[in-house]
Design a protein around this ligand. Structure first.
Ligand code: NDP
Length: 319
C-alpha cells in the first residue's frame, strides 16, 4: 500500500538535510529518502573548512551526521533506498497534488510536495588509482580542498571554464599549477583563458593526457602523455602534490528526464532565485539544480528555501 506524505525529500546531502530540518520544524512530517550515497558529495572531502560556524573545520561525516540528527530531532523520517521512478501530478490551481515516487521499485509514496536534492557527481577520468587517492591528493573541488595545498604544486585537468577558474583559484594558494588539457586549445571563455595564460604560476600543458597517478599512499606525481595516438607521442612525468579534476559534473537527474524541465546539461530548471520547478509542489535544491556554485553552504540555503516554499504551497492549496 502506498504511504501518503505531505513532504517527500529525495537526497541526503546538505540540501536534503537542511530541507528536512526546516520542513520538520514546520510540521510537514517529511520523509527523506537517502539515495545511493548517504551524505552525498561532501563525504568525498577530507575536511570542510568553508562552512561558517566551524572555525577549526568540520569532519564531513560528522557534519552530515549532525545535520541528520538535527532533522531527526524534529521528526524527519529517514528511509534507506533509491528512488527508481517518479510520476508528477499536474494539479489544477489550488487543488491537492498527488506526486508518486517509488523507492527500490516497490515502495510507493504519494506526496503533496517533493523536494529533489539528488546532487551532482564529478566526472572522473577513469584512471585505475583515481578513486583510491580521493582525499589523499585527488579532489574535484578546488574551493573545498585547495587550502590543503598551500605553497605546493598541483595539477588541474580540463580546459573549460571550471578548470580555468579552479586553476586561477589554486594559483592564489599554490606555488605552481599545471593545467592538463587534452586539446591544443582551451574551451573556456576568452576572458578566463586570458587570465590563465597571463598567470605566471600556471603552466598549461596542451595536448596532454594523464596516464596514471603515482605516489606512496598519496599523490606525489602523474605520468602524462603528449599527443597520444600520434607518431610524436611522448611520455613525461610531473611531480605534484594534488590532482584536481575539472572535467565537468553530471547532475543526478536522469530519473526525472521527461517529467521535469531540465537544461541541456540535465540540471533541473528552477524559477530564478527560487527552487520552484515547472511542476507545482515540486522543488529542486542543491547541486542537481546548480551548475554554478556547487558549495555545501549554497546547497543548504536552497534546501531551506525549498522547505519554506513547500510549506507555503501546502498552506495555499486545499491540502
Ligand atoms: P566543460 O564541459 O565546459 O569542460 C570540460 C573540460 O574537460 C573540457 O576542456 C574537456 O575537454 C575536458 N575533458 C572532458 N573529459 C575529459 C577527459 N576524459 N580527459 C581530459 N579532459 C577532459 O565543463 P565545465 O565544468 O568547465 O563547465 C560546465 C559549464 O559551466 C559550462 O557551460 C561552463 O561555461 C559553465 N561554467 C561557467 C563558469 C563561469 O562562467 N564563471 C564557471 C564554471 C563553469 P574538451 O574541450 O577536449 O572536450
Amino acid at each position: 500500500m502506498a504511504t501518503r506524505v505531505q513532504c517527500l525529500i529525495i537526497g541526503s546531502g546538505p540540501a536534503g538535510y537542511t530541507a528536512a530540518i526546516y520542513a520538520s520544524r514546520a510540521n510537514l512530517q517529511p520523509v527523506l529518502i537517502d539515495g545511493p550515497q548517504q551524505g552525498g558529495q561532501l563525504t568525498m572531502t577530507t575536511l570542510v573548512e568553508n562552512f561558517p560556524g566551524f572555525p577549526d573545520g568540520a569532519e564531513p561525516f560528522q557534519m552530515l551526521d549532525d545535520m541528520r540528527r538535527q532533522a531527526m530531532r524534529f521528526g524527519t523520517q529517514f528511509v534507506s533506498g533509491i528512488v527508481t521512478k517518479a510520476s508528477f501530478d499536474h494539479p489544477a490551481d489550488g487543488a491537492q497534488p498527488e506526486h508518486h515516487v517509488w523507492v527500490d521499485d516497490t515502495d510507493e509514496y504519494i506526496a503533496q510536495t517533493v523536494i529533489i536534492a539528488t546532487g551532482a557527481s564529478a566526472k572522473w577520468l577513469g584512471l585505475p588509482t583515481e578513486k583510491e587517492y580521493m582525499g589523499r591528493g585527488v579532489s574535484a573541488c578546488a574551493t573545498c580542498d585547495g587550502f590543503f595545498y598551500r605553497n605546493k604544486t598541483v595539477a588541474v585537468v580540463g580546459g573549460g571554464d571550471t578548470a580555468c577558474e579552479e586553476a586561477g583559484y589554486l594559483a592564489g594558494l599554490c606555488q605552481k599549477v599545471y593545467m592538463i588539457v587534452r586539446k591544443p586549445y582551451l574551451r573556456a571563455a576568452d576572458i578566463m583563458q586570458k587570465r590563465v595564460m597571463e598567470n605566471p604560476k600556471i603552466e598549461v600543458l596542451f595536448e596532454h593526457n594523464t596516464l596514471r597517478l603515482t605516489g606512496e599512499g598519496k599523490v606525489q606525481g602523474a605520468d602524462l602523455i603528449y599527443r597520444k595516438d600520434t607518431p610524436e607521442a611522448q611520455e613525461r612525468h610531473i611531480d605534484i602534490d594534488g590532482f584536481f579534476l575539472a572535467i565537468g559534473h553530471h547532475p543526478n537527474t536522469d530519473l526525472f528526464k521527461g517529467s521535469l524541465d531540465l537544461d541541456e546539461e540535465g540540471y533541473i530548471k528552477v524559477s530564478g532565485d527560487s527552487p520552484r520547478t515547472n511542476i507545482a509542489g515540486v522543488y529542486a535544491a542543491g547541486d542537481c539544480a546548480d551548475p554554478h556554485y556547487r558549495q555545501a553552504i549554497v546547497a543548504a540555503a536552497s534546501g531551506c528555501k525549498a522547505a519554506i516554499e513547500a510549506d507555503r504551497f501546502l498552506q495555499s492549496c486545499q491540502c
